[in-house]
Design a protein around this ligand. Structure first.
Ligand code: ADP
Ligand code: K
Ligand code: ZN
Length: 433
């Protein structure tokens, strides 16, 4: 049932005690880094001031901007010689974000990954295909180390080349797959094109999906297409990568590992804590990282703590599905819109296919939201009135959900350009004018 029963089911006050100790240790490591050393000196912060996890509120925030400004070594809390790995974001604009790890950090992360996978029901009898880019991106090696730690037979497949992915699944009897959700609709289309049905022609039983926002509707579609259970995996490279929060087999929220991360949900405007159950910005502090501890890192991700306890017996708090980042939100015709609201509407409509794209444009001086929607394969039979009816239905339903009227365009399956990595859901062309 558990990977580490004692830690996963720790009573609330025991957990608080552990967090307090680890927070103090974290501050000790942090104080060695040029960035925090200066901040701590300025504000008179010392580890001894921490008596309980709530004392975190006396500490300053850390943002992506800080990481960029102090690139590359400004946050290092350990001698360079101790480092054994770095992961970094692409950094196409400005400095990339880089995170360094020592032996302890890598071992701790691998263990968290193994714990996460075990909690979703993965076992050492599984054959685990990791469909994810290896290299600087954390989803490759992050999962790899966890899969091996758990003891599954791992297939480090990498991303792309769907025919090869299917062949690997069939050759080695893959039972578990990790992939980003937006890729899986495409993979299914390749199965179909090859005349294969993943439900019959593979041993697949469990998927781990994450790294990008997706709706409950998308999860259900994936489960139906492949005949599997799909579990949500959340993480961000600043907090290692995957293994921060994971769904258990109850599928009732993502347990965030509170022995390793101190969780705050704050009102993004006032930075005051919101009560359990209310949505706010997730702010995280590492509690088990030595080389590069981060304190009160503002993730920009919006979520809430699900009140109550989980039937699985784990005591670590549960995050609700992450609906997006505060910076994903766009404003159209005065309405605040999150892309996942539109996805939620689209994927409830059976005629809608695998992909969609939202484009924001200025037309005749007014902002317009254009939503291109792929229809299902073989749906269009040349009947224009069918097209019209579906277009009107989608327009109406999006309007009801977000209050702004979109221009809906139905397009053929596979015609929306695919991005290399995570799906791009919104193109905002308005600032270019
Ligand atoms: P980048 O920040 O460049 O996208 P990361 O790989 O660190 O690179 O991405 C982390 C972000 O991805 C998170 O902050 C969150 O916005 C998003 N994300 C990761 N996992 C999930 C998930 N399961 N659901 C929703 N969003 C997710
Ligand atoms: K094994
Ligand atoms: Zn649970």
């Amino acid at each position: 049932m558990y990977w580490e029963k004692q830690l996963e089911t720790l009573a609330h006050d025991e957990l608080k005690k552990l967090q307090t100790e680890r927070l103090k240790e974290t501050l000790t490591y942090a104080a060695r880094s040029p960035f925090y050393k200066q901040v701590f000196q300025q504000k008179g912060i010392r580890p001894e001031l921490i008596k309980q996890p709530d004392d975190i509120r006396r500490l300053p925030y850390t943002t992506k901007q800080h990481l960029r400004e102090n690139f590359p070594y400004g946050f290092l809390g350990a001698p360079k010689q101790e480092l054994i790995r770095l992961h970094s974001s692409s950094g196409t604009t400005g400095n990339p974000t880089v995170i360094f790890h020592n032996r302890h950090d890598i071992a701790s992360w691998a263990n968290l990954m193994a714990r996460s996978l075990y909690c979703a029901g993965v076992r050492d009898t599984d054959v685990f295909q990791n469909i994810c880019g290896y290299g600087l991106f954390t989803g490759g090696l992050g999962f790899q180390y966890g899969i091996e730690r758990l003891g599954c037979l791992s297939i480090p497949a990498g991303a792309g080349n769907s025919l090869r992915q299917i062949k690997l699944m069939q050759d080695y009897g893959t039972t578990v797959v990790h992939a980003i959700p937006s890729y899986l609709g495409r993979l299914y289309e390749i199965f179909q094109a090859e005349g294969l049905d993943p439900r019959k022609d593979t041993d697949l039983r469990l998927f781990v999906i994450g790294a990008e926002p997706h709706t409950e509707e998308q999860r259900q579609r994936i489960e139906e297409m492949f005949g599997v259970k799909a579990y949500n995996s959340f993480g961000l490279s600043e907090m290692n990568g995957p293994g921060v929060a994971f769904e258990c087999t109850e599928q009732a929220g993502l347990h965030i590992w509170e022995d390793s991360y101190l969780v705050e949900i704050l009102n993004p405007d006032t930075l005051e804590p919101v009560p359990d159950g209310e949505v706010g910005e997730l702010v995280l502090t590492t509690l088990d990282r030595q080389a590069m501890p981060l304190i009160r890192y503002r993730t920009r991700d919006l979520t809430r703590i699900i009140p109550g306890t989980c039937a699985c017996g784990r005591t670590h708090a549960r995050l609700d599905r992450i609906t997006g980042r505060s910076d994903d939100m766009f404003i159209i015709k005065g309405c605040n819109v999150f892309p996942m609201q539109i996805e939620g509407v689209l994927l409830k409509i059976p005629e809608v296919g695998a992909d969609y794209l939202i484009t924001l444009e200025q037309r005749n001086g007014a902002d317009e939201m254009i939503v291109d929607v792929e229809v299902k394969k073989d749906w269009f039979n040349g009947d224009i009135t069918r097209l019209d009816r579906l277009t009107r239905k989608i327009t109406q339903q999006i309007r009801d959900e977000v209050l702004a009227k979109p221009i809906v365009r139905l397009v053929e399956p596979g015609s929306i350009p695919k991005s290399e990595g995570k799906a791009v859901r919104v193109k905002d062309n308005r600032t270019l004018n």
